[in-house]
Write a protein that binds this ligand. Structure first.
Ligand code: 7RM
Length: 650
């Protein structure tokens, strides 16, 4: 992290939008941009009211914002709508009816497209299949699926009947899936037999079976036949997707949902162990993702758009599904790994499908750099006109490579800062008007009142590092944490006495008003764009029979951004060995999933603690990063522990 801050501080290059890009952009003059920005901040209700009227409502809203129950916002009060109508029906009833909604390519190379009309048919059929199994408005449905068209259909079908979805990333373990199903009170699961990933079959249904041994409330499991792997079957509970859809009627009237009705839960890690079910509601979320997709990606009707995120993460929800479909876009969906069967797979897809807009993560960009330019130059990438980045700070070296190798110095890059909690992009360039700088997400989006403040909440001056906060509500903001309002207030609003939303990131703003995000200030770790808390990995570790105590910290990693470094103390009579290391890895994989497997496990007799027994992760971070500890060690209980930990490095 230290290096990152250094790099970013010394970055001085800047790239104004090209005349060519500006000429056709949605927002092409500073005057228009400034006018819209001013209105969005000074008069948010008129700004957002006008935007909101661009999407179809079943009953118009009466009031744009009710902030009287802060920090619980209500947007578009009294309005009724259905997300599947916004994302599908409105386009079927327009010139877009025959337009491609989804272009799909599986890892083995199989291809499918769905027009908006076809998507509507699939959504209605599956919505009726859900209903036939007793799933109804107000229920929650867990979705544990690969990146195939059915995952989009499943999400929209839930929305159509007024059931909320809770998508769980397909890379999570049975244990992680079980915890999320239980916390959300899900009564049905949608999954697939398996998926094609890295040239092999990744089984999904067995994880569901294992998870459900402890989820008695789940009475229906819908299974897409994808990989044709052998699976077990519980006849009273399990149903094949294709069989259920074959007998389902092809029309399904959409439920009229209140603007503030739950659209979905998405679990994310905070600084304590238990994942938080982030609550997003219907109207505000759709309006936020609709406008940001259109403006940030400068989306046009003829574009083919590709966001590589998995739907298991917020980026997949907002910028694979809801935002692009609300705009009637053509969305690329790819099932597999970026290097299967070869390291040029993404570029091959861009060439074949003439992709115009490409949105991915810094960790992926660093992998592409490592794999070698020859895999890129083989393909014709001339269809690209805009590139995006999301998930973590992008190091200037990767930014410049992205610009040169992928964008051929012609495409603007939008580095977009936002969170699961914010629902949509918050700090970002607008490609027709913003001068970009490698490593900076630049300026707040319309209606976003972002600031950098000190510990007391006082706004800091240019280039002073502090806490990133948002001072006004915005439409797609989270409405709370599922089942735990106290924790919502505690986590996001307490720090600054209820005045500001506290994002948990550290940042500074330069003399031109550009934001430079330096990363999390709490114990959240991001590995390859996947968010974990130290605590959740620690609790997985201590549940291993040989481990009595564990501390997990992040250390900088060139490829994955951050890597998990675990310090563990073993129980009596246990000693470190390659077998033990392997069994610890396997245990973490079982408890959380492969993405959380520690890059490094260090065995130590004791951990550095304060006199009150708190593990001093700050010191462990320095040790993990191999740097000298400069911070205060006066609260350390036993100094010899530090010396011993350092010795173990050799
Ligand atoms: C969209 C997403 C959120 C955290 C956030 C930051 C980090 C995301 C950027 C970034 C620097 C960026 N949601 N982050 N985007 N840091 N520049 N452009 O990633 O909930 O999974 O993570 O990710 O720390 O707080 S998330």
């Amino acid at each position: 992290m230290g290096d990152q801050i250094e790099n970013v501080l010394h970055e001085t290059r800047s790239f104004p939008p090209s005349a060519e890009f500006r000429a056709d952009a949605r927002i092409k003059t500073d005057a228009v941009y400034e006018r819209m920005l001013r209105e969005s901040l000074d008069n948010p209700e008129s700004f957002w009211g006008r935007v909101a009227r661009e999407i179809p409502w079943m009953k118009p809203f009466e009031r744009v914002l009710d902030w009287s129950k802060a920090p619980f916002a209500q947007w578009f009060v009294g309005g009724k709508l259905n997300a599947s109508v916004v994302c599908v029906d409105q386009h079927v009833n327009s010139v877009r009816s025959g337009k491609r909604a989804i272009i799909f390519e599986g890892e083995p190379g199989d291809r499918r497209t769905l027009t908006y009309t076809e998507l509507q048919l699939e959504v209605c059929r599956f919505a009726n299949a859900l209903k036939a199994r007793g799933i109804k408005r107000g229920d929650r449905v867990a979705i544990y699926m690969p990146m195939i068209p059915e995952v989009v259909v499943a999400m929209l079908a839930c929305a159509r009947i007024g059931a909320a979805h809770s998508v769980v990333f397909g890379g999570f373990s049975a244990v992680a899936l079980r915890d999320r199903i239980k916390d959300g009170g899900c009564t049905a699961v949608v999954t697939a037999d398996g998926s094609f990933r890295r040239g092999a079959v990744l089984a999904l249904k067995p994880q569901v079976d294992e998870a459900l041994t402890e989820c008695p409330d789940v009475h229906a499991v819908f299974v897409v036949q994808r990989a044709k792997n052998q699976i077990s079957w519980l006849a009273r509970r399990d149903v094949w997707w294709h069989e259920a859809c074959a007998v389902a009627p092809s029309e399904c009237a959409p439920e009229a949902m209140d603007s503030e009705d739950l659209l979905f839960l998405l679990y994310t890690s905070g600084s304590t162990g238990k994942p938080k079910g982030i609550v997003h509601t219907t109207g505000g979320y759709l309006v936020g993702t609709y406008l940001s997709t259109q403006m940030v990606f400068d989306l046009r009707d003829e574009d083919v758009y590709w966001c590589t995120a998995d739907v298991g993460w917020i980026t997949g929800h907002s910028y694979v599904v809801y935002g692009p479909l609300a705009n009637g876009a053509t969305v690329m969906l790819y099932e597999g790994a970026p290097n299967t069967p070869h390291a040029g797979r993404f570029w091959e897809l861009i060439e074949r499908h003439r992709i115009n807009i490409f949105y991915t993560a810094p960790t992926a960009i660093r992998s592409f750099m490592r794999w070698g330019d020859e895999h890129v130059t083989k393909y014709d990438l001339s269809s690209l006109r805009l590139l995006g980045s999301v998930g973590e700070p992008i190091n200037p070296e990767a930014w410049i490579w992205y610009r040169k190798m992928i964008g051929k110095e012609l495409c603007p890059i939008v580095d977009t800062w936002w969170q699961t909690e914010t629902g949509s992009i918050m700090i970002t360039p607008l490609p027709g008007v913003t001068t970009t700088k490698p490593g900076s997400a630049t300026r707040p989006f319309f209606g976003v009142d972002a600031a950098i403040v000190d510990e007391q909440g006082v706004e800091l001056g240019p280039n002073e590092g502090g806490f990133l906060v948002i001072r006004k509500p915005w439409p797609s903001m989270l409405r709370g944490i599922w089942g735990d309002s106290e924790r919502y207030i505690e986590t996001y609003w307490k720090k600054f006495g209820g005045r500001f939303y506290f994002a948990g990131d550290g940042a500074r703003r330069d003399e031109h008003g550009c934001f430079w995000i330096v990363g999390r200030i709490d114990d959240v770790i991001k590995v390859s764009g996947h968010r974990f808390s130290s605590m959740e990995v620690e609790s997985a570790l201590v549940s291993h029979e040989s481990i009595v105590e564990a501390a997990v910290v992040a250390r900088p990693d060139e490829l994955t951004g951050q890597a998990i470094c675990a310090f563990v103390t073993l129980g009596p009579g246990k000693s470190p060995s390659p077998e033990l290391r392997a069994s610890i890895d396997a245990h973490v994989v079982k408890e959380i999933g492969k993405v959380a497997r520690p890059a490094e496990v260090r065995f130590s007799e004791a951990l550095p603690k304060t006199r009150s027994g708190k593990i001093m992760r700050r010191l462990l971070r320095d040790i993990a990063a191999g740097v000298e500890t400069v911070g205060d060690t006066s609260t350390l209980d036993d100094y010899s522990v530090l010396a011993k930990l350092r010795q173990h490095e050799e």
